[in-house]
Design a binder for this molecule. Structure first.
Ligand SMILES: Nc1ncnc2c1ncn2[C@@H]1O[C@H](COP(=O)(O)OP(=O)(O)OP(=O)(O)O)[C@@H](O)[C@H]1O
Ligand SMILES: [Mg+2]
Length: 310
């Protein structure tokens, strides 16, 4: 797959603040790439450099083979953008906004079709300043669709949306992916990234601290899979002696760290043979959110410690 975004050694400083600190990553054509990180990590700064809205302090950035800062005019014809804090003229309606954008790009747009796609057709003729936060976000997405771009930069497109509206945005993102468009997504909803993203990078204090597919990040940084059994208080001891695997007790349940799938079967056989009563079992795996919280937490501990000892 050709690479449509390539970033190497990117640094962005705002005066004394280093918002992005020597990051390197690339995005393949047709991928959904999720760029994750806590507040202030450097996500929007990176997105704005990729969009050609901010000049990099150092490093090289290529988007569709163009330098976003010097070839911005050409690039802007080929990308679609929803800024994190999407605003528009107060008195314009969604239908007019789409027609306005279409005129800017010298294109014909099916305004109602685009609004239907994002679930905003019922507000086609409402003034922008009367739209709810979520409806404004949806309008932002519909505007990004107008010029049928090759890459979509969506900076927190689902923040503040109700669960149904979020799902409708996910559907739009899946449709874009099916049409081989590339989506660069930032979000604080980790399950959204896990569901949609082919590749993920986690940025923290301007540095990338993990990257890969959601599954590979979980495998690399997550805890082992667990078998959780509820039932007799004798279960933990039985499992400890029969399986020789680490077992702990959590809220009265026995939690066994498993290495391979057959450990699950062995555990359940041992329980059945012992005659001890059990009422239910489940397996637990870390989610991307578990891994994110633990990675960022560990980094913060490390940062605080090193700052404290300095
Ligand atoms: N225009 C600016 N001038 C000075 N500092 C800035 C500017 N924009 C961002 N920063 C700082 O750069 C750092 C990164 O900000 P950025 O907006 O890129 O974070 P983010 O990851 O998008 O966060 P969020 O999840 O809150 O949107 C922060 O410390 C922020 O205070
Ligand atoms: Mg941001």
């Amino acid at each position: 797959m050709p690479k449509v975004i390539e970033v190497d050694g990117l640094v962005k400083e705002y005066g004394a603040v280093t918002a992005v600190d020597r990051i390197r990553f690339s995005v393949d054509e047709g991928q959904v790439f999720a760029f994750l990180g806590p507040n202030g990590a450097g996500k929007t700064t990176t997105v704005e450099v990729l969009e050609g809205l901010r000049e990099a302090t150092k490093g090289t950035v290529s988007v569709l083979g163009l330098d976003p800062w010097t070839d911005g005019r050409e690039l802007h014809r080929q990308i679609g953008v929803i800024p994190q804090d999407f605003r528009f003229f107060e008195k314009i309606t969604p239908r007019e906004a789409i027609e306005y954008y279409a005129a800017l790009f010298d294109r014909k747009a099916d305004a109602m079709g685009l609004l239907r796609q994002v679930g905003l057709d019922d507000k086609a003729n409402a003034r922008f300043d009367t739209l709810s936060g979520g409806q404004k976000q949806k309008l932002g997405l519909s505007l990004a669709l107008v010029n049928d771009p090759k890459i979509y930069f969506l900076d927190e497109p689902t923040t503040g949306l109700d669960p149904q509206a979020r799902r409708s945005i996910w559907e739009v993102i899946k449709t874009l992916k099916a049409a081989h468009r590339t989506v660069f997504l930032t979000t604080h909803y980790l399950e959204e990234a896990e569901l949609l993203a082919d590749q993920v990078a986690i940025i923290h204090h301007g540095r990338i601290i993990a990257e890969g597919t959601p599954a590979s990040i979980i495998r690399e940084h997550g805890r082992p899979q667990r078998l959780v059994v509820e039932g007799s208080p004798g279960l933990p001891e039985l499992l400890r002696t029969s399986l020789k695997l680490p077992v702990r007790v959590d809220a009265g349940r026995a939690v066994v760290e498993i290495r391979e799938r057959k450990d699950i079967v062995q555990a359940m056989v041992a329980i059945e043979q012992s005659g001890l009563p059990w009422s239910g079992f489940a397996t637990e795996s870390d989610t991307l959110e578990d891994v994110f919280v633990s990675l960022v937490g560990r980094m913060d501990d490390g940062v605080l410690k090193s700052e404290g000892s300095a």
